[in-house]
Design a binder for this molecule. Structure first.
Ligand code: NAD
Ligand code: DAU
Length: 352
């Protein structure tokens, strides 16, 4: 048996593929365009594993993707491939429309032609799982209840709008063509292999390099943080027992303001890697111009996945953050490798 993953050289996708191969004897076809966010180094620990087939390809290449799906006959297609960074979507939205909307549509079309020719006895086991985000629901006020699956979609950034559009397409392919889809809407992930344009790895990288640690606006925005392996476990659980056509919110029950996160990261580093002058990394924190259209708060009500699928996060924030900081400390070569070239241009463009 075989599963197909798109975007499996990115942060969550690579964690998913490595985790899958550590628990299953089933082949993974990993399709990734290798944008700036995709990195074969993330997959180094499974190099030489014959159960892992990596194909450098764009999900927009429908002909090639259709051929790959037909050749490998996967029972699951899990779509992680996306442009995923809100700030980049504000600077340059075009690629978000292409990959997240047109690319998801193209993948759905390739899946539809595969599904149409699939023998009936295989149809029961097939699933198309679309990995989406809580950002599609928009922003919450401090006293609003957490997002549930029936909340209205109110995306506020080009990134979240493109993900919202892709979710609608996925739903439409279930309603119109009976493709057995599942959609997961997850909160902010953290953990190994996260590209240092996102808050947690950026703070770690800047702190250790003696650079400013930039906080957008007042730093009081709230996110709900989930360790990446808990997200992978949730995806596996939804694939196994999720109800076709349904959406599942995934979150860590772990709402924190950005400034709390940054302070905690600095304190963890103070412990694990004290500065030679004995000052705290907190002295590097600076407040910078706010993100345009910055969402104030995300919070996930995960009752549906907990009650219907019996999934719960296993990592506490404290243990997850410790593992994450230790991973970045021990993988400085990886950090060096991804923070050269285009990364430097990005930092110049976003923070100057
Ligand atoms: P990422 O940016 O780290 O990785 C995205 C991967 O997709 C990269 O390997 C990239 O090369 C690949 N890719 C991009 N365009 C492609 C294309 N056209 N064809 C093939 N591959 C392409 O993103 P991530 O943080 O790992 O997120 C993965 C998915 O999870 C995304 O769909 C994102 O919207 C969603 N998500 C992310 C988070 C989070 O906190 N990171 C939370 C909820 C949902
Ligand atoms: O909620 C899920 C989403 O989480 C995913 O769908 C996205 O793919 C993922 O990138 C993430 O989006 P955010 O915008 O919440 O993540 P980011 O790490 O970019 O920022 C987290 C918060 O930290 C946000 O409020 C902005 C703030 N921030 C971020 C950076 C990079 C700063 O204050 N300073 C920074 O330099």
């Amino acid at each position: 048996m075989t599963i197909m993953v798109t975007g499996g050289a990115g942060f969550i996708g690579s964690n998913f593929v490595i985790d899958w191969l550590s628990k299953n004897d089933e082949q993974v076809i990993n399709i990734d365009k290798l944008t700036y966010a995709g990195n074969l180094q993330n997959l180094k620990t499974i190099e030489g594993n014959l159960k892992h087939v990596f194909v450098k390809e764009d999900i927009l290449n429908r002909k090639k993707i259709t051929a790959l799906i037909n050749d490998y006959n996967p029972r699951y297609i899990i779509n992680f491939a996306a442009e995923s960074h809100v700030d980049r979507s504000i600077h340059a939205p075009d690629q978000f429309i292409q990959t997240n909307i047109v690319g998801t549509h193209s993948l759905l079309e390739a899946t539809r032609s595969f599904w149409n020719d699939m023998p009936n006895h295989e149809k029961n086991n097939f699933r198309f799982l679309h990995v989406s985000t809580d950002e599609v629901y928009g922003s919450l006020g401090s006293n609003d209840p957490a997002f549930i699956e029936t909340n209205q979609y109110k995306p506020n950034s080009p990134y979240s709008a493109s993900k919202a559009a892709s979710d609608h397409l996925v739903r439409a392919y279930y309603k119109t063509y009976n493709i057995p889809v599942l959609t997961t809407n997850c909160s902010n992930n953290y953990g190994p292999f996260q590209f240092p344009e996102k808050l947690i790895p950026l703070v770690l990288h800047n702190a250790m390099s003696g650079k400013d640690i930039p906080i957008y606006g007042d730093g009081l925005q709230i996110r709900d943080w989930l360790f990446v392996i808990d997200h992978c476990n949730a995806i596996n659980a939804v694939l196994k027992t999720g109800k076709i056509g349904e959406m599942y919110n995934i979150g860590g029950l772990n709402e924190k303001t950005n400034i709390e996160i940054v302070n905690l990261l600095c304190e963890t580093l103070d412990d694990l890697l004290p500065k030679s002058d004995a000052t705290s990394y907190k002295s590097q924190i600076i407040y910078v111009k706010d993100r345009a259209g910055h969402d104030k708060r995300y919070a996930i009500n995960a009752s549906k996945i907990e009650n219907d699928i019996n999934w719960y996060p296993t990592e506490t924030f404290e243990t997850g953050i410790k593992k994450t900081v230790e991973w970045y400390l021990h993988n400085q070569d990886w950090v060096k490798n991804v923070t050269s070239g285009d990364y430097l241009n990005w930092v110049e463009r976003n923070y100057s």
